[in-house]
Design a protein. Structure first.
Length: 366
């Protein structure tokens, strides 16, 4: 219970830092968000034409995440906030995805919708500052937080080459090892060329690789729990690559191309998750202008230990089930053999003494 409240408070802190601070001018829209829904299984309402400039407070965004994870919204949520949630979420408390893909893109002037493809089912909103928030989570045993904000290991060339090759294949690009370039084609016909010997370009590539790792790890964990347990899953990725490029190149064409690449990466990520989770997942992309070191993770320690514990419990459950099945089959087989033996003995003892039965019993007849 206490650990879940900590997850809750840290999630609120993450969104609070991503949102504009209360003392800053909110007219500059320092934070924006977009919820992404799948077409096959809808959890979000269609945004009305007059809702293009919708805004939600930190409490309301946090409560929306809690509800999508399958938990109740905090009881302290005011009526007007509940009304806003009703405009975002479909009113079906028994049909929630219990999985949320949360991606924060920090330190960029681009709004969150610019990182989402136009064909997606989305709900756009601004995030207003708030002094405190409460998501209302109450059961940590049903929540798994998955994140992988690991940087590329530059000291191992073979590992780095494999990671870059996998990333290039995922983005339908190419990795040129000899020239240390990563070339990613764009829909416009041009291509984004990243020079890996430059720190800003490498940080952008590291953010893309971290996103890919998060997706792969989430799918693996989800498959491990499939059919055994059904915990709520929160997938979190913190993307700082755009900010690095803006600091290096300013608002140039390369930053626009990088934004297009991130949009493709987000689209491919959600498509992979949608397929693995069979449509039972909702995405949330948050874009903030401020980049702070405090915006790393919504939890203060890697969740691998928590996941390992849950996987160990799931493994023990599987082993117990297998042992029970084997023991049951052994007992059933033994009982069948015993009954068959008794029936055979009874039939043999009651068999009439005739010429045929004596011959059948291998008795020599003179």
């Amino acid at each position: 219970m206490a650990r879940c409240r900590r997850h809750l408070l840290l999630l609120a802190l993450f969104l609070a830092l991503a949102a504009a601070a209360p003392g800053r001018a909110q007219s500059h829209e320092e934070a924006s968000a977009v919820f992404i829904d799948a077409s096959s299984h809808r959890y979000l309402r269609d945004q009305q034409a007059d809702g293009q400039d919708a805004s939600m407070s930190l409490n309301e965004v946090s409560a929306a995440v809690s509800v999508l994870l399958g938990f109740a919204a905090p009881t302290s949520l005011p009526a007007i906030s509940s009304s806003k949630l009703n405009k975002v979420l479909l009113p079906n408390p028994f049909d929630r995805p219990r999985a949320v893909f949360l991606m924060q893109i920090a330190g960029t002037d681009a709004s969150a919708p610019s990182f989402v493809s136009e064909g997606s089912n989305i709900f756009k909103t601004r995030i207003e500052g708030a002094n405190s928030a409460d998501t209302g989570l109450s059961d940590t045993d049903d929540l798994i937080v998955i994140h992988s904000d690991e940087s590329l290991d530059l000291s191992r060339s073979d590992y780095l080459d494999n990671e870059l090759s996998s990333l290039a294949n995922w983005l339908e690009g190419s990795y040129q090892k000899s020239s240390s370039k990563l070339v990613i084609p764009l829909e416009s016909g041009n291509s984004l060329t990243l020079l890996l010997d430059k720190e800003a370009d490498m940080e952008f590539v590291s953010s893309l690789a971290s996103l890919l790792k998060t997706i792969e790890r989430a799918i693996q964990v989800h498959e491990d729990f499939s059919g055994v347990m059904n915990p709520a899953e929160l997938l979190e990725c913190h993307f700082t690559g755009i900010k690095a490029l803006e600091n290096e190149y300013g608002s140039t064409e390369i930053v626009k191309q990088a934004t297009e690449v991130v949009q493709r990466a987000v689209t491919k990520s959600f498509q992979s998750l949608h397929e693995a989770y069979k449509g039972k997942i909702v995405g949330l992309v948050i874009s903030t202008k401020e980049a702070s070191s405090s915006l790393g993770s919504i939890i203060d320690a890697p969740s691998s230990l928590h996941i390992s514990r849950r996987l160990e419990e799931a493994s023990k459950t599987k082993e117990a089930s297998v042992a029970l099945v084997r023991k049951s089959l052994a007992w059933i087989t033994g009982i069948i053999l015993l009954v068959s033996t008794l029936i055979g003995v009874c039939l043999l003892m009651n068999m009439p003494l005739t010429r045929d039965t004596l011959l059948y019993s291998n008795v020599k007849i003179d």
